[in-house]
Design a binder for this molecule. Sequence first.
Ligand SMILES: *Cc1c(COP(=O)(O)O)cnc(C)c1O
Length: 360
Amino acid sequence: MSRVYNFSAGPAVLPEEVLKEAAEEMLDYRGCGMSVMEMSHRSKAFETIIQTAEQDLRDLMNIPNNYRVLFLQGGASQQFAMIPMNLMKNRKAAYIITGQWAKKAFSEAKIYGEAVDVASSADKTFSYIPDCSNLDIPEDADYVYICENNTIYGTKFHTLPNTKGKNLVADVSSCFLSEPTDVTKYGLIYGGVQKNIGPAGMVIVIIREDLITEDTLSGTPTMLKYKTHADHNSLYNTPPAYGIYICGKVFQWLKKRGGLSAMKEYNEKKAKILYDFLDQSKLFQGTVVKQDRSLMNVPFVTGNEELDAKFVKEAKTCGFENLKGHRTVGGMRASIYNAMPIEGVEKLVEFMEKFEKENI
Ligand SMILES: *Cc1c(COP(=O)(O)O)cnc(C)c1O
């Protein structure tokens, strides 16, 4: 068996320990004589799995009691519709456009009401986070929406916007559990888990209780009401059971590693190695303004498309996978999520140094 250093933006690298444990339990989950995949979601064993997962997530993020945790299907993209369907009481919401995922959420919200673009960094291909300290937020906006970490462009909100008292809704897909979060600052936090936590197809929603109501837009399907899932503790229908099981293992792995403060320290150390190299390199350069850089997704370019392609190809033969940038931006992108070991980043930088010497 040989594993590569996988720099994919998602689905992405998972902790090896977690994968090994899941492999060991594949045929017989702790004496049940069956895999978690084959198990009733109403069984005692699964009840323990989902309850433990929720509790561990609550411990890690310090989630207050007046917030619910929902394990849902449909990935992050399903939330682009579910959020307005459930929260747009006045049919108005403010969106901050910092990249493609925010743009998609914004377009989807327009189907349901008036989505107002209150700030954007489209003018400089989303290479920065706009100043959000004093935005013109409509009086009757139901919420302010952000994509907190922009997976494609490599920017992150290091300061949350001033929402002027409106509920903040955040897509944290690509920075989920990468550092401590003050949950009380948000009305709703959600993320697809395939970036930093588990297998694709599942989304975790953390929502303040008062935002879960019967009062959804007319025509909202039962499956797309937060209330349906909250009332049934994420077991209204068959949940993404195996995904929840793997996420639960990742939560335990994070706890063992010292929780989110320790993770932040580790992630900062990893990102610094790469950014420090980029800042002095004569061949490679980062594409994001320094103060808005993401700890998770690091885009960079040589300025020459052919050289970029050569780099990606040679990197692959040396065991560094998925370094090609998003198809809409080109260049390279190294996603260095929680489970990417520091050695992976060190070795990548060594490889980049060598490539630079050979190609400059
Ligand atoms: C990947 C990603 C999505 C889309 O996730 P799906 O689960 O494929 O719907 C949405 N937002 C962000 C920030 C992402 O990185």
